[in-house]
Design a protein around this ligand. Sequence first.
Ligand SMILES: Cc1cc2nc3c(=O)[nH]c(=O)nc-3n(C[C@H](O)[C@H](O)[C@H](O)COP(=O)(O)O)c2cc1C
Length: 354
Amino acid sequence: MTSVDLFTPGKIGTLEVPNRMIMSPMTRSRMLTNGVPSDMAIEYYSQRASAGLILTEGTAPSAGGIGYARTPAIETAEQVAGWKKITDAVSAKHGHMFVQLMHVGRIGSPLNRFTDQPLVAPSAVKPAGQIWTDAKGLQDFGTPHALSTAEIGVIVEEYAQATRNAFKAGFKGVELHAASGYLPMQFLSSNTNLRTDQYGGNVNNRIRFVMEVLDAMIAAAGSPAKVGIKIAPGMPFNDINDADPVETYTTLVKALAGKGLAYLHVLQTALPGTFELLRPHYSGTFAAAGGFTKDSGTAALQSGLADFIVYGKLFIANPDLPHRFARNVPLAAPDPTTFYTPGPKGYIDQPAAS
Ligand SMILES: Cc1cc2nc3c(=O)[nH]c(=O)nc-3n(C[C@H](O)[C@H](O)[C@H](O)COP(=O)(O)O)c2cc1C
């Protein structure tokens, strides 16, 4: 048992943060259609500045990484300038932000993109399911273009450039989104990665893309202590399936363990005991996510299972979540009908508790 609780100051890399509550990355589909952050997002993020650390919604390293309607990128000068307004507003309230870099890979619709490039993946495997588009409602996923080795190198460099852009935009660090069935997880998982080159087949090959991207982000950041990664072992979202997630993620986490990252962010979904499985292989900062409450988060900190707790939906409905937890103020319930809708409703209209 440790005496750490949700209100104990902590360190993320070299960054000193006031509490152990991280705001989870959450796509809210309120950005402009050219990947530029909206002014409404300034208010949204600054309302939540009391989190120990804010992770932004998934943000594409390049136009090719966008798949959903009204989601941001961090590639152009205009996009960087839009993010800078947000980090400035959060810094003014003494908050800290990392940007989550999210490349959708095969998950998207051309109708949500402002590039003619095709959606891409390790292999040409069409996902089952549909995706929302503002132009034509729900659309079936298409078959992605299988990346060549040279094209993989281009994407790795895009993550590096996005990392450099993140610091220009005032972020304190970057998170690689390697969960939720997007491009990095498509490389990790056996049903989406059918490659026979050095990026496919055995587990050491399937983790190669993630390791190369991470190394490129670390080099661009100038320090591993400014780079985190999110994983979700066994998560079935977006038609992803791995034959042996225990082997895949144990191997990955062992490879990450010596890197000196800011943190390892683990979302537990369909694989019970994920934290207990991975924690012994990772002595660095461990952030646990997935359905935590105040009590379960406190218990995970006190048992040593995690160093930080990542809260998602609760931060949507409760912008001042740390204050509410500290004072035992009743929580507002998240409203899933406004998670992804345009406009301020359900986005910036939840009052802080007094
Ligand atoms: C509206 C919404 C959008 C989300 N978007 C992202 C995202 O962009 N990137 C990501 O890593 N996870 C995303 N997630 C998953 C959350 O970050 C989090 O892992 C999940 O909601 C579990 O935490 P919770 O139970 O505290 O909400 C999203 C979740 C929700 C509810």
